[in-house]
Design a protein around this ligand. Structure first.
Ligand code: PLP
Length: 345
């Protein structure tokens, strides 16, 4: 696929913002006198602008994820990267994206914010993808297909053959949102960035890494796409506090692994307790850190739980999710209280 041909003209023609420090990067010494960026000279640990290329953090992430530094973009959460992707490829009031509801709500919000039509191709009843219906929509104006695997809120991972058929058959950019990949039994598709030049993988520190508060998302693709995304990103999108915290947390692989297995063990433990309750009609198979359950009356059960101080997510208004609640897997203690409370309803 010719990537340059589907990038917006204005993005191709523009010059990225050149910050004061870009001119000197790598040349100045640590004890140089910085009089170039109108910062405060009084050292309080945060008086300088962050590194707009995030070199230290990118080096670490590229090592952990086994990608080249030029195949990686960091964002203020995945949400920023998703927005950048739409803005690199989609011309307002002209181009379209495709999403597969029920799915993550931000794809639609980002499309609408940017004046882009969102074509929704609902998942099949078993939450699998209608591949043929999507490929029939191929046109120069359908620029991006958003796939979320494991999917939020359904919790399932998509069939690998469906995903590769779409990556091979879709004549635009295929984004695979892997926010929940660390909880999945299926492998990440990250290595496909070296095989197909139309794929972008996104991951996040918000879920398995336990760092939703620092807002750090990661995008992986080929150098050309990453170049365009970097070109339009705001220069200081990762702040110094987040960068420092991320550097620290990314080094704690063992702790993250331990937390993932605790969540997976809790997810497994919860299921038989939920199965025993007759107002719970169905527990969908989950590859993520939450369970989607169908109940007799979602609104009623939601409010009953709320009264007891337990907040879950009512997904009833999503297609295929009538009377469905999405319950995040909490700590052992939280889950015990959840079970006890559900038993008392
Ligand atoms: C939670 C979530 C994210 C994470 O977004 P951040 O901006 O990185 O916090 C991305 N995609 C999906 C589907 C999610 O559920």
């Amino acid at each position: 696929m010719n990537i340059d041909a589907i990038v917006r003209d204005n993005v191709k023609k523009m010059f990225p913002y050149s910050s004061a420090r870009d001119d000197f990067e790598g040349v100045l010494e640590r004890d140089s006198i910085y009089l170039d960026a109108n910062e405060s000279p009084f050292d309080n640990g945060l008086n300088r602008y962050p590194d707009n290329k995030h070199i230290e953090l990118k080096n670490l992430v590229s090592n952990i994820k086994n990608v080249n530094v030029n195949q990686l973009i960091l964002g203020n959460g995945t949400d920023e990267i998703l927005d950048l992707i739409v803005r690199v490829f989609c011309n307002p009031n002209q181009d379209k994206i495709i999403t597969l509801p029920p799915t993550y709500g931000m794809y639609d919000v980002i499309a609408k914010t940017n004046g882009i039509e969102n074509i929704e191709i609902q998942l099949k009843d078993d939450f699998s993808i209608d591949v043929n219906k999507i490929l029939e929509l191929n046109s120069p104006k359908t620029k991006i297909l958003f796939l979320c695997s494991p999917n939020n809120p359904t919790g399932n991972s998509f069939d690998i053959k469906d995903l590769t058929d779409l990556i091979n058959g879709f004549k635009g950019i295929v984004v695979v949102d892997e926010a929940y990949i660390d909880f999945s039994s299926k492998p990440s598709l990250i290595s496909l960035i070296n095989v197909s030049n139309n794929i972008i993988i996104t991951q996040t520190m918000s879920k398995a890494y336990g760092m939703a508060g620092i807002r750090l998302g990661m995008g992986f693709s080929n150098e050309k796409i990453i170049h365009y995304l970097n070109k339009i990103k705001l220069p200081y999108n990762i702040n110094i506090l987040s960068e420092r915290k991320a550097l620290k947390e990314l080094g704690k692989a063992d702790e993250v692994k331990k937390n993932i297995s605790l969540v997976l063990a809790q997810r497994k433990l919860l299921i038989p307790f939920l199965e025993k309750l007759d107002f719970i009609k169905k527990i969908y198979k989950s590859e993520a850190n939450f369970l989607l359950i169908k109940v007799d009356n979602a609104n009623r059960r939601y409010n009953q739980l709320l009264d007891k101080g337990i907040v879950v997510r009512d997904r009833s208004n999503e297609p295929l999710c009538k009377n469905c609640l999405r319950i995040t897997i909490g700590t052992k203690n939280e889950n015990n209280i959840l079970i006890k409370t559900l038993n008392e309803l």
